[in-house]
Design a binder for this molecule. Structure first.
Ligand SMILES: [Mn+2]
Length: 330
C-alpha cells in the first residue's frame, strides 16, 4: 500500500467517524499554541457546516487572546471542576488535535477516557492510541494542514474563516513556511487558503507583530543571559522565575528560536523557571541533531528539530546534565 493510499484511508476513516456522530467534544494540548487553537477552531467551523454540534473544552485556564481574531475563539471553554457533569451532556464523540498522548490534554483525558469514542489527528510521532480512527502523520507540518486534507476530501468548501484558521496554524508551526517541516504541500495548501479568503498580512500582524512592551523587555533580558557551550555549538538562554516577571508565557516563545539563531549554534535551548526549582525547556536544532532524543532523556518529547521537556532541581545540575546529553548527540 502506498503512503498516499494509507493517507486516503485514514482520512476516509475520520470522515466516517465524524459522519457517524452528532455532537463532539473538541480538544487539544495544554499551553495551546497557534496550531493547536487553529486546528480546534477550524474543526468547529467544519462541524458547523456539517450541521453537527460541538463543544471546545481545553484544560488551559487562559486561552491566548492573540488568536481572538479567529472565528469561534469565544466558544473555547476552559475546564472547570464544577461543570464536569455538563461537559459530556449530549456529546457522543471526541476529536483531539495536535496532542500525541493523554498527558498532553491534561484533565480532559479523565473526562473522555472510556466514556466516548475518540479520534486524534496529530503530527507528533507517538504510539499512544485514542481510538481506531486515529490519524498520525509525522511528516505533516501541522495538525492544521492535516485538517485541511480532511476538509478537502469532504463535501465542504473552505470559506474565509476556515481558511484564516488553517493558514494561522500552518504558518505558526512552520515558522512562516520556513522551518524544516515545511513541505511543498504546505505552499499548495496555503495558496488554496489565500484563494479562499485568508489574508497573510492580517494573520502575520496578529501572530508576530502583536508583542507587548513588558514581554519584549523580558525577551531582551533573556538575550542578555545567553550562554554558549562546546565552542558555541550549544546555546542556552535562561530566564529565572524572577526574570519572567509574571509575563505571559506565550509572549516569549520566540526565545526558543533565538537560541538556535547564532551562526555557530547547532542546538539551542530556552530554559524558563516556571516555578522556583521547576524548569520548562524548549529545544531546537538547526541541521543534524535530533533534539527529541535529548528531550526523551528528560521524559519529554517532540520533533527532530523542536522538542520540549521539564526538569525539577537546581539550575546548575540541569545545565550540566543537559549539556552532557546534547554532547552525546552532537
Ligand atoms: Mn502542531
Amino acid at each position: 500500500m502506498t503512503l498516499e493510499k494509507q493517507k486516503q484511508d485514514k482520512i476516509k476513516a475520520i470522515l466516517k467517524f465524524i459522519n457517524e456522530h452528532e455532537n463532539f467534544l473538541i480538544t487539544t494540548h495544554i499551553n495551546s499554541d497557534g496550531d493547536a487553537l487553529a486546528s480546534v477552531l477550524g474543526c468547529s467551523m467544519f462541524l458547523e457546516k456539517l450541521a453537527k454540534g460541538y463543544k471546545i473544552i481545553l484544560d488551559d485556564q487562559m486561552i491566548d487572546p492573540k488568536y481572538s481574531f479567529l472565528k469561534n475563539w469565544s466558544k473555547i471553554q476552559s475546564y472547570t471542576e464544577d461543570q464536569k457533569e455538563e461537559y459530556l451532556a449530549k456529546v457522543d464523540a471526541a476529536l483531539v488535535f495536535d496532542a500525541p498522548d493523554n498527558k498532553r490534554i491534561g484533565i480532559i483525558y479523565d473526562l473522555i477516557n472510556n466514556k466516548i469514542p475518540t479520534t486524534k489527528i496529530d503530527h507528533h510521532p507517538s504510539e499512544f492510541v485514542f481510538g481506531p480512527a486515529d490519524w498520525i502523520d509525522s511528516s505533516a507540518s501541522s495538525a492544521s494542514a492535516m485538517l485541511y486534507e480532511i476538509i478537502d476530501n469532504s463535501s465542504i468548501e473552505t470559506d474565509q474563516f476556515i481558511s484564516e484558521a488553517l493558514y494561522t496554524g500552518i504558518v505558526y508551526d512552520t515558522g512562516r513556511l520556513s522551518f524544516s517541516n515545511t513541505r511543498a504541500r504546505d505552499f499548495e495548501i496555503c495558496a488554496a487558503l489565500l484563494k479562499n479568503g485568508a489574508i497573510p498580512h492580517k494573520i502575520t500582524n496578529n501572530l508576530f507583530f502583536n508583542n507587548n512592551a513588558a514581554a519584549l523587555k523580558v525577551i531582551g533580558n533573556g538575550l542578555q543571559n545567553l550562554e554558549q557551550y562546546e565552542n558555541g555549538k550549544i546555546t542556552i538562554i535562561f530566564l529565572s522565575y524572577q526574570d519572567l516577571n509574571g509575563v505571559d508565557q506565550s509572549e516569549i516563545e520566540e526565545l526558543a528560536n533565538y537560541s538556535v539563531s547564532l551562526r555557530e549554534s547547532e542546538v539551542g535551548v530556552f530554559i524558563r523557571e516556571i516555578e522556583p526549582g521547576s524548569f520548562k525547556l524548549s529545544l531546537r536544532s538547526k541541521e543534524y541533531v535530533d533534539v527529541s532524543k535529548v528531550a526523551n532523556q528528560f521524559e519529554g518529547g517532540g520533533h527532530v528539530r523542536a522538542s520540549g521537556c521539564r526538569y525539577k532541581g537546581s539550575y546548575s545540575d540541569l545545565v550540566r546534565n543537559l549539556v552532557n546529553e546534547i554532547k552525546i548527540q552532537l
